[in-house]
Design a protein around this ligand. Structure first.
Ligand code: MRU
Length: 344
């Protein structure tokens, strides 16, 4: 494995207290900058603008972020502490509405406060630190287990297509959709990965191609509209994608473009697996139609990455960050507890 660390708790950078260390993914692959954040509005901004991104990593950043914020600003009185925590929780939860790991992690932090509300503020802070670090460390183990289960579906020489980035950079170490590839690669299996570039924010080109190559995995970058072609040519044996939220009926929200990949895979009889920690399964959301989809700035489509505007001024732009793949297109869900298939 490589040594990329997308998000962690730093307790040495500032003498004044802890910070959330974030590898700024907007600068990758060519520039490595680690941000050390303590202020709530900067932690919000880092999540909103995808400096840290990917469902598990967003949850980890929010958990560490709210701990760091409370540590630096903690009111001495418990009631004031709880009310400050609640407003910080609502603020961070609003940064990216689709990824359920964000609210899952913040709710877990809130549960810790509830469990320690009869003690003192210093005790609550210790417990918050412990929970935030548990969320980080559990992610590594969960993703490794997803990798173990997913690796059983792989055979030497297979071609795998993936969309967006659901690798190390999207979590704490192995990622989800790339975890089976990393595990199989660690065991010496040769595989070929096709990475969709993933318009408009290019997570496939900038992040997936980068981290897979760094790990020595045979990786070919393709534009999103080339997926049908590589599938038709028989170059793809299996599709692995991540997800931001799985509804109770199995419908899955993931990076915009995943729906198209899943439809293509079904057309070409290629199995399409969603790699998903249980923390991303939201049984409160009944179907995919109930998942809130984040809409993003039109400039990501018209201007970002280009030297000049590439579209007519003020053209209408549709820029949802995610789409929903109906369960019928998904062969199975690779979780830390094994591969789930319908009926659930
Ligand atoms: O907008 P992003 O880059 O945060 O979107 C990321 C994805 O869609 C990932 O596939 C998903 O979060 C799973 S990451 C393990």
């Amino acid at each position: 494995m490589h040594t990329l660390r997308p998000v962690y708790l730093d307790e040495e950078h500032f003498a004044t207290g802890p910070s959330v260390a974030i590898l700024d993914q907007t600068q990758l692959p060519h520039t490595h900058i680690t941000l050390y954040l303590t202020e709530l509005n900067l932690i919000y901004e880092a999540i909103k603008s995808l400096r840290v991104r990917g469902a598990p990593a967003i949850g980890i950043a929010a958990a560490l972020g709210i701990y760091v914020h409370m540590k630096h600003t903690a009111p001495a009185n418990i009631d004031a502490f709880i009310s400050a925590f609640e407003s910080a929780r609502a603020y961070l939860a609003s940064s990216r509405p689709t990824a359920v790991n964000l609210t899952w992690a913040l709710n877990r932090m809130a549960g810790t406060i509830k469990d320690h509300a009869s003690t003192t503020v210093p005790n609550i802070l210790l417990a918050l630190r412990e929970t935030a670090l548990a969320i980080l460390n559990e992610d590594t183990n969960v993703c490794r287990s997803i990798g173990e289960h997913g690796a059983q579906l792989l055979k030497p020489g297979m071609g795998i297509l993936t969309h967006c980035n659901a690798g190390t950079l999207a979590a704490s170490q192995y990622g989800t959709a790339l975890a089976p590839i990393y595990i199989a690669h660690e065991r010496g299996m040769s595989l070929r990965v096709y990475a969709d570039e993933t318009r408009p924010l290019l997570q496939g080109a900038r992040l997936t191609a980068y981290e897979l190559r760094m790990a020595g995995v045979d990786t070919t970058l393709i534009c999103d509209n080339m997926a049908a072609d590589v599938m038709q040519k028989g170059l793809v044996d299996i599709v692995f994608v991540g997800c931001d939220r799985v509804a109770a009926n199995g419908d899955t929200a993931n990076k915009i473009g995943t729906l198209g990949v899943a439809i293509l895979a079904k057309n070409f009889n290629i199995p399409c697996y969603v790699c998903v920690p249980f923390s991303t399964i939201d049984t409160q959301t009944i179907t995919g139609a109930d998942i809130e989809i984040e809409q993003r700035n039109p400039r990501e489509v018209t201007q970002m990455w280009y030297e000049k505007d590439m579209a007519p001024k003020n053209v209408k732009v549709y820029n949802p960050a995610f789409d929903v793949t109906p369960a019928a297109y998904i062969t199975g869900y690779i979780t830390e507890n094994g591969v789930l298939k319908p009926p659930f």
